[in-house]
Design a protein around this ligand. Structure first.
Ligand code: MN
Length: 309
């Protein structure tokens, strides 16, 4: 068998990362008429990912703990700080992503980034471009990823292309996407049986700014009250993580996708500065800020502006 090429998303894998790895590996195998592309995940999958995999009949991808010496295609990320361990000793053959670009490499490679709402939107478009038809289950899995990444099209990251692809995939999958989207977010936001560190880490990314390292986690909910009694516990866990991980700031923002605003919980060496950067005022490390729902389009650019100069 030819040398394997792993298709892999970022650490703390989310649904888009995992669905992109599975669907892109399959698409690459079909286009090249090989079986050398293998989906992998850089860690244990989260709950809505497990839910969608099971619903559409997919098994969990292999967990690749270290990519050193392996050939990889990076999907749904391009920053090394978010990539699987050993990435500097791996051979990257391609990147497919929809995030800001922070990448350099010593060889020319396929590098495809579109400013769309999900990596699975790019993959659906690539399948169409290559005349590859998606199965009902694959369409369902990819639709799930796009609905989560675009917050059922409510996120400002949502583009017309995402809406077009959502309609198309819904038809192939035979699913009412509005109803299914709410079902997915209920699965996603039911946190009652998770510990505070698990909630923080469920969708968590590191960013290196000139002022120091920031860790930013996001949880989405259809009801902020679900978290009300746990704010203090979460703040304590954020403080511990800040200390252990040598962070400048660790932020968890809990987004109410129906109200379209977020409750920020922050442990920071510069609490006032973080509040100001986000356009609010933190009191005891907390602030509800209306209108902020996207890490990528809102939180990270605001913090970059304030802390990466
Ligand atoms: Mn994504």
């Amino acid at each position: 068998m030819a040398e394997k090429i792993y298709v892999i998303g970022h650490k703390s894998p989310d649904l888009d990362s995992v669905a992109a790895a599975i669907s892109y590996a399959e698409l690459k195998n079909k286009i090249t008429q090989t079986d050398k592309y293998l989906p992998a995940a850089a860690g244990e999958v989260n709950r809505e990912t497990a839910f969608a995999l099971e619903k559409f009949g997919f098994s969990k991808p292999e967990i690749l703990k270290n990519a050193a010496g392996k050939k990889v295609i990076l999907v749904d990320h391009n920053e090394f700080s978010q990539a699987v361990d050993g990435i500097k000793e791996a051979e990257i053959v391609e990147v497919l992503d929809h995030h800001k670009i922070d990448f350099s490499y010593d060889k020319p490679i396929e590098f495809r980034v579109r400013p769309w709402g999900a990596t699975c939107t790019l993959i659906a478009q690539l399948a169409a471009n290559n005349g590859v038809e998606l199965s009902q289950n694959m369409a369902g899995l990819m639709l799930s990823a796009i609905l989560v990444d675009t917050v059922i099209t409510k996120s400002p990251t949502t583009t017309d292309k995402d809406k077009e692809i959502i309609e198309k995939l819904s038809q192939i999958a035979g699913i009412n996407w509005q109803e299914y989207g709410l079902e997915l977010f209920k699965v996603r936001s039911s946190v009652s049986d998770l510990s505070a560190p698990e909630i923080i880490k469920s969708d968590f990314k590191d960013f290196e700014f000139k002022s120091g390292k920031f860790g930013i986690g996001q949880v989405e909910t259809v009801d902020l009250n679900e978290f009300k009694d746990r704010n203090q516990e979460l703040l304590t866990a954020l403080g511990e993580l800040k200390k252990e991980g040598g962070y400048h700031s660790v932020i968890l923002f809990i987004t109410d996708i129906l109200k379209e605003g977020s409750l920020f919980l922050v442990a920071s060496s510069d609490e006032e500065g973080v509040g100001k950067a986000l356009g609010g005022k933190l009191e005891n490390g907390q602030a509800y800020i209306d209108g902020i729902i996207s890490r990528k389009k809102q939180v990270v650019p605001k913090l970059t502006e304030a802390f990466d100069k």
